[in-house]
Design a binder for this molecule. Structure first.
Ligand SMILES: Nc1ncnc2c1ncn2[C@@H]1O[C@H](COP(=O)(O)OP(=O)(O)OP(=O)(O)O)[C@@H](O)[C@H]1O
Ligand SMILES: [Mg+2]
Length: 324
């Protein structure tokens, strides 16, 4: 039996032969993405069946326009923004993430390209960090990023980016859509967005479902060179976040300066011990100095179960929070 990719490729070819116009999309990726639909094996490419209206468009991924000036004004990194201290700080944070994702780090990390952004509690800056990290990585020429809004109960990625709600992850998990039909390409060439999707009463169950496990495996292995960032629910307030964590190659735990209690952080870290790479990031730290009372970042880097910490930027945080 042929693989999903082969079937999808065949299907695309059939559609082309019937005169269907396929939207512009990078070939290999679209073929692979078309194959992903966890709840329905051997998924066909979304769109009209062979022999359908020859002029019809196949709804592969849609392109949206991000208002980069507005994002810049709102304090979100954009590819064209001049060098800023924030961009520099993200540069430091993303280096080890990228090298683990592409398995250029010290050790092979399974599913290293799946990176979860989480925190102990609500409102500590998970979404803000996810969006900025995705932008920062996508601004590099070499790396393609998919930003997934996996905070399905309280999604906010589209809102922060100034985009209207739409279909996404939950629709895929329900088997009502496939990934390419809900994936959003953006005017940041290397950045695609997988929204959380149509609100669903059992959203959190879907996130912790077998369909999600299958989807994550597919995403990790079919796009080994794509970095996939998951904006996620808080670890101490939800259980699905912990389930999600078990599938991730790397996890960034956002710590809000002056707010996240050490006991909460320790508890949160204890829930994600199965993840090989855990990193902590200090958010909303005071910049200090007479002129500076803004936001800033630090990071702590925990690698492996021993949690050996590289405390270069945020010594106290890395020390106090390093996994046991
Ligand atoms: N470093 C920062 N600089 C400026 N604003 C920030 C920063 N971090 C977070 N914020 C703002 O703080 C608020 C909460 O951040 P965010 O939504 O990212 O938190 P969250 O952890 O995702 O929350 P939730 O648990 O509700 O999903 C938002 O208004 C966000 O824009
Ligand atoms: Mg959030």
């Amino acid at each position: 039996m042929s693989s999903l990719i082969e079937q999808a490729a065949l299907r695309l070819e059939q559609l082309r032969q019937t005169g269907v116009v396929l939207p512009e999309f990078d070939g290999a990726a679209s073929t692979a993405e078309a194959a992903i639909k966890p709840s329905q094996p051997a998924a066909p490419v979304a769109g009209p069946q062979t022999g359908g209206d020859p002029g019809a468009q196949v709804p592969l991924s849609r392109r949206v326009e991000l208002d980069l000036d507005a994002l810049d004004a709102a304090g979100i990194l954009t590819p064209h923004a001049p060098r800023s201290s924030m961009a520099d700080e993200y540069r430091v944070i993303k280096r080890p993430l990228i090298s683990n994702a592409l398995n250029r780090g010290a050790a092979m990390v399974t599913h290293g390209n799946l990176i979860m952004i989480t925190s102990a509690l609500a409102g500590e800056g998970k979404t803000y960090t996810s969006v900025n990290l995705a932008m920062s990585i996508a601004s590099e020429l070499d790396h393609t990023v998919m930003l997934v809004d996996a905070d399905v109960a309280r999604p906010s990625v589209l809102r922060i980016l100034g985009l209207p709600p739409g279909r996404g992850l939950l629709d895929v998990l329900e088997g009502k859509a496939d990934v390419p039909s809900v994936l959003l390409r953006t005017n940041v060439d290397k950045l695609t967005i997988l929204p959380s999707g149509t609100p669903h009463p059992r959203a959190t169950e879907l996130l912790a479902s077998d369909a999600m496990t299958t989807l994550l495996d597919e995403l990790a292995t079919r796009y080994p060179d794509r970095i996939i960032i998951f904006d996620s629910p808080p670890l101490l307030l939800t259980t699905e976040s912990r389930v999600l964590a078990t599938h991730m190659g790397q996890i960034v735990v956002v710590v809000q300066a002056g707010r996240t209690a050490q006991s909460d952080l320790m508890h949160a870290l204890s829930t994600i011990e199965s993840c090989p790479v855990r990193m902590m990031m200090l958010n909303k730290a005071r910049a200090g100095g007479p002129a500076g009372y803004g936001y800033g970042y630090g990071y702590g880097y925990g690698y492996g179960k021993s949690g050996a910490a590289d405390a270069a930027e945020a010594g106290a945080l890395a020390e106090s929070g390093k996994p046991a």
